[in-house]
Design a protein around this ligand. Structure first.
Ligand code: UD1
Ligand code: MG
Length: 446
């Protein structure tokens, strides 16, 4: 079966009160519209038709779409029915049409697949039951059959009490849609062409309106205003945490975390409170992520311990590394296995070989460090001369004494030792002791 998906994203989104179009507001680091696009792209045999109006070019430039996506323009925003009308001529004969709203981002693939499995003379409507139906179209039923959707603004007091509401998501054959849309009128309090009027029209044509409910209410929450967007963020957090918990991740408190992207975590990893995961994060098995840490766009292999309040961004952490507390790693850092980066150490654009340790108060910038190196407390990689950044290479087995300044560009040979407090400006060959400081003199006090 061919599926034509129409995504409505032309509205102004005035209620959101944001400077960008509503569908570009972000949920888990992704525009609302992108969530809808990504889910629909997973359906088999689909073609997407995205209806845009306001800030067309900005929206087009801000989302990634599958090849062959059809952009449709709705010049004036005269309502959801009018928006769908703009797409009618693009629908493929014999296709099933799935209508999605760009501001309802969390619907699942399995719910959509249920909705589109229809018999002849049926249309599918995704509804849900809520204690707080405010703002949603109410589902009017007679003898247990759907007969209409009434928008909140046009509903009577009695109709407003109906707790079954419209998610906005509809499946209908292209043929029936083309036949019914032209009959939608704008005789309502908003003077808009409501797509929802299609239900009454379908019932008149003896089309059965089959309602489907999502497995979780989160799937159908819309984001029309900042409060609803906040609810969605909470819902997304819950879904992510619960899915991971079911797969064996241990959370100290599922309600005190932030998932702002695509997060993968292996089983038996423990995540303490107030951790933020941002962007694309992939954490292995048996790790410990301490309280207050922020992990952004990074890969962390198995058995890593991240002590509290550490920030790891755009980096790769090898297995069994120990990080923090209060460490800052990234961007562009690669740690081999069993590296230890401790308290108040910053590492930037550097590669560090296995078993190397920098446990206290150091800055490692633009470094290329071998295996089993010890970097003493207070070591600074002096990588910037005010104009450009330069590299420091440290060979395996070297020992950098505390409070040393390694002035780049610099090479320190294998197994060499730098005396504490040295300012090293010249390369050090292998197996040497370098002292770059004045000799201590003990002088008689006056
Ligand atoms: C709509 C439904 C309501 C449903 C709710 C679910 C109608 C009339 N009402 O209300 O029954 O419960 O969604 O979230 O459909 N859009 C256009 N062109 C337009 C108008 C809107 O493309 O001319 C787009 C918007 O960008 C948005 C979507 O259609 O992505 C829905 O419009 P919105 O104004 O948010 O409708 P709701 O009031 O939420
Ligand atoms: Mg809406």
């Amino acid at each position: 079966m061919k599926i034509d998906v129409i995504i409505l994203a032309a509205g102004k989104g005035t209620r959101m009160k944001s400077s960008i179009p509503k569908v570009l507001n972000k949920l888990a680091n992704k525009p609302l519209l992108q969530h809808v696009i990504d889910t629909c792209a997973l359906l088999k045999n689909t073609k997407l038709h995205i209806v845009l109006g306001n800030e067309k070019s900005l929206i087009k430039a801000s989302v990634k779409v599958p090849r062959g996506t059809n952009w449709i323009s709705q010049k004036n925003q005269l309502g959801t029915g009018h928006a769908v009308k703009q797409a009618l001529s693009s629908l493929r004969p014999g296709a099933m049409t799935l209508i999605m709203y760009g501001d309802v981002p969390l619907v699942s693939l399995s719910t959509l697949n249920k909705l589109i499995s229809l018999k002849k003379n049926q249309m599918g409507l995704l509804t849900f039951i809520t204690e707080n139906p405010k703002g949603y179209g109410r589902i009017v039923k007679e003898k247990n059959k759907v007969v209409a959707i009434v928008e909140e603004k046009d509903a009577t007091k009695k109709e407003r009490e109906i707790s079954e509401v419209n998610s906005g998501i509809i499946a209908i054959s292209a043929k029936d849609l083309k036949q019914l849309i032209p009959y939608i009128k704008n005789k309502n309090s908003s003077k808009e062409y409501y797509l929802t009027d299609i239900i009454e029209l379908a019932v008149k044509e003896k089309i059965l309106v089959k309602t489907i409910q999502p497995s979780s209410i989160f799937e159908v929450l819309g984001a029309n205003n900042p409060e609803e967007l906040y609810e969605l963020k909470k819902a997304h957090n819950n879904i992510s945490a619960n899915t991971l918990a079911l797969a064996g991740v241990k959370f100290a408190d599922i309600d005190r975390l932030d998932f702002r992207g695509e997060i993968k975590i292996g089983s038996n990893t423990f995540v303490d409170v107030n951790v933020i995961f941002d962007g694309e994060v992939n954490i292995g098995k048996n790790c410990f992520i301490g309280a207050g840490s922020i992990i952004k766009d990074s890969v962390i292999k198995d058995g890593v311990v991240v002590e509290p309040n550490s920030l790891i961004e755009s980096s790769l952490i090898g297995s069994l590394c120990k990080i923090g507390p209060f460490a800052h790693i990234g961007p562009e850092v690669k740690l081999e296995n069993k590296v230890e980066i401790g308290n108040f150490v910053e590492v930037k654009r550097s590669k560090i070989g296995k078993n190397t340790k920098a446990k206290h108060l150091a800055y490692i910038g633009d470094g290329d460090i071998g295996e089993s190196v010890n970097i003493g407390a207070g070591t600074v990689f002096v990588n910037y001369d005010g104009k450009k950044k330069s590299k420091t290479k440290v060979g395996s087995g070297a020992f950098i004494g505390s409070n040393s300044s390694l002035v780049a560009p610099l090479k320190i040979g294998k197994n060499s030792m730098i005396g504490a407090g040295s300012v090293v400006t010249k390369d050090v060959p292998e197996n040497k002791l370098a002292l770059g400081r004045s000799r201590q003199r003990n002088i008689k006090r006056k």
